[in-house]
Design a protein around this ligand. Structure first.
Ligand code: TXE
Length: 456
C-alpha cells in the first residue's frame, strides 16, 4: 500500500494499492492493443479530447488545487497558478499540433515524390516528478496523446492523487482508458514499467534517477528524454535597480518553497552593489509569509519530501563551517509532523561549499560577491548542471554578451524561474537530454517516416 501523507503535518490522507509487476504488464499490453486505433483517429478528434480536458481543468480548478496542496504542500495560491499556467500550455499545443505534424512534401519531380510523415512513437512511458506535476506531466502527455501515442503515466509517489485526477479527467474527456493509464507507486513501479518494451521513455526528476533510467534502457536503443535538475545561477550587475532585482530574485529562489527545477540556486553580485543587494534581498525574504499551505496568504510551505531537510541542514552546516555567514533562517521550523525549513540566506560563500555546487531544492540561497563580468561567467559555468542562467543589467548588449557565454538550455535577461510553452525546455550536462515544449516538443513524440513515391 502507498501512504499519501500531508507534508505540512504528517497526517495520512489516503492509502492506495500500488501497481504490481502483473498490473504494469497488463496495462502495457492493453496500451499496445489500443494505440493503433487512437493513432488512426483524425487529429481533430484527439485535439477535441484535449480541449475537453482543458475544460475539465477549468471546471474543477478549485478542487484540483486543493488536492495538489494537500499532498505536495504547495501553497494554495501557487497550486492555482500552476493550474492556470497549464491552460496556456494546453492552448499552445492545441494551436500548434496540426501545423507541426502535417506531412511535408519535400520533392516532386519527374514522377518522383518525396514526403515526410510524422508518425507516433507508439506506447510511451512518462515517469514524472512531484514539484509541478501538472506542468511537467502535461509537457509530455498532452503532446504525446495529441500525436497519437498511448501513455503509461507514472506520477511521482508524492503526487499520486494529482496523477489519478489527471487520469480521470482525461478519461472523462474521451481518451480511452487503455490509451492513458496511471501507474501508482514509487521507484519500484518505475523499474517495472521500464521492463516493458515501450517505444519512448520520458522522464522528469533528479539526475541520479535519470542516470539510472538511461542505463536501464540503454541496451534497447529506445528513445529517452530526461528533464533533470539544475543549479541555476544569476549574475546581478552593478547598474541595476537594486530593490527590483532583489525582489525578483528572492521570488525566483523561494517560489514553490524553492522546489522548482529552474529555481534560482546561486546568485553572483557585482561587488559595487553587493551589500545593498544583500540587504534588500534579506528584507524581501523576511517578508515572505511561512505558513499552512491551505492558507491564502502563505508564500512558503513545507518541503514536500522529508529527506530534503537533511540536505538543507548539511548545506548550511558545510557553508558555515567553511566561513559563510547566515543572514536568515538556516534551521528547521517546529511544526509537528511536517517537514519545514526556514527561508535561508547565506553570504560569503564560495565554490568549495556544497550550497554553491549541489542542487538544494529548498528555500535556501547562497549569494557570492564577484569583481568582474569574467569572474561571474566563470563561476556560472563552474557546474555539472546547465538548465537555466540569468543576468540582471540595464545594458542589453552586456546581457547578450554574457548570456552567449553561459552554458545553459535557457537564458534570462532581467527575469528568472520562467518557462514558456513557445520555447524549448532543455538542459545541458546533468540537467538532461532532449526537450519538451515549443513545436519541437510536439514533434519529439513522433518519428519522421520517409516516403519515396514513384508514380510510374
Ligand atoms: O525526482 P526523483 P523528484 C527535477 C528537480 C529535482 C527532481 C525532483 O530539479 O532534481 O526533479 O523530483 C521515479 N526507475 N525536475 O524528487 O526522485 C519516482 O517514483 C524508474 C527537473 O520526483 O528522481 C518519480 O516518479 N523510476 C525538471 C520519478 O522517478 C524511478 C522539472 C522522479 O523521482 C526510479 C521538475 C527508478 N529506479 C523537476 N526511482 C526539468 N528539468 O524540467 C525513482 N523513480
Amino acid at each position: 500500500m502507498l501512504s499519501i501523507t500531508n507534508p505540512a503535518n504528517g497526517s495520512v490522507i489516503a492509502e492506495l494499492p500500488e501497481d504490481t509487476h502483473e498490473s504494469v504488464h497488463a496495462k502495457f499490453l492493453a496500451a499496445r492493443r489500443a494505440q493503433p486505433a487512437w493513432a488512426a483517429a483524425p487529429l481533430a478528434t484527439r485535439l477535441a479530447t484535449i480541449r475537453r480536458f482543458r475544460d475539465g481543468i477549468v471546471a474543477h480548478l478549485e478542487r484540483l488545487a486543493a488536492v495538489l496542496t494537500s499532498e505536495v504542500g504547495k501553497p494554495i495560491r501557487q497550486s492555482r497558478n500552476e493550474l492556470n499556467g497549464l491552460l496556456g500550455r494546453i492552448d499552445f499545443f492545441l494551436a500548434e499540433t496540426e501545423r507541426t505534424l502535417a506531412p511535408r512534401a519535400v520533392f516532386d519531380e519527374g514522377g518522383m515524390i518525396e514526403t515526410i510523415e510524422q508518425v507516433p512513437l507508439g506506447v510511451v512511458a512518462n515517469i514524472s516528478a512531484w514539484n509541478y506535476p501538472y506542468f511537467v506531466g502535461a509537457n509530455v502527455f498532452v503532446p504525446a496523446l495529441a500525436a497519437g501515442n498511448a501513455v503509461l503515466y507514472k506520477p511521482s509517489e508524492y503526487a499520486t492523487l494529482t496523477g489519478l485526477e489527471i487520469g480521470n479527467l482525461l478519461h472523462a474527456s474521451g481518451v480511452p482508458q487503455d490509451v492513458f493509464a496511471v501507474l501508482v507507486g514509487g521507484g519500484r513501479v518505475g523499474i517495472e514499467l521500464l521492463k516493458e518494451p515501450v517505444d519512448g521513455v520520458f522522464f522528469t526528476g533528479s539526475y541520479p534517477t535519470g542516470k539510472r533510467i538511461a542505463e536501464a534502457v540503454a541496451g534497447r536503443l529506445t528513445k529517452v528524454q530526461l528533464e533533470l535538475g539544475g543549479k541555476d545561477p544569476t549574475y546581478v550587475c552593478e547598474d541595476v535597480d537594486v530593490a527590483a532585482a532583489a525582489a525578483s530574485l528572492a521570488d525566483g529562489a523561494m517560489y514553490n518553497t524553492g522546489q522548482s527545477c529552474c529555481s534560482v540556486e546561486r546568485i553572483y553580485v557585482h561587488e559595487r552593489i553587493h551589500d545593498a543587494f544583500v540587504e534588500a534581498f534579506v528584507q524581501e525574504v523576511q517578508g515572505f509569509k511561512v505558513g499552512e499551505p491551505a492558507d491564502e496568504t502563505t508564500y512558503i510551505g513545507p518541503l514536500t519530501r522529508s529527506q530534503q531537510v537533511k540536505v538543507l541542514q548539511m548545506q548550511v552546516a558545510d557553508a558555515v563551517a567553511k566561513g559563510a555567514r547566515l543572514l536568515a533562517g538556516g534551521h528547521t521550523l517546529d511544526r509537528p509532523g511536517g517537514h519545514w525549513f526556514a527561508p535561508t540566506v547565506l553570504v560569503d560563500v564560495n565554490h568549495d561549499m556544497a550550497v554553491m555546487r549541489e542542487e538544494s531544492f529548498g528555500p535556501i540561497i547562497g549569494i557570492q560577491k564577484v569583481g568582474s563580468d569574467d569572474e561571474a561567467v566563470r563561476l556560472m559555468n563552474d557546474t555539472e548542471y546547465g538548465l537555466t542562467a540569468g543576468v540582471y543589467t540595464r545594458d542589453p548588449a552586456r546581457a547578450r554578451r554574457l548570456l552567449a557565454q553561459v552554458n545553459a538550455g535557457s537564458v534570462y535577461w532581467n527575469c528568472c524561474d520562467r518557462v514558456s510553452p513557445r520555447l524549448p525546455w532543455s538542459g545541458l550536462k546533468h540537467s538532461g537530454l532532449g526537450l519538451t515544449l515549443s513545436t519541437e516538443g510536439i514533434a519529439t513524440f513522433t518519428r519522421p517516416k520517409a516516403w519515396h513515391l514513384r508514380s510510374a
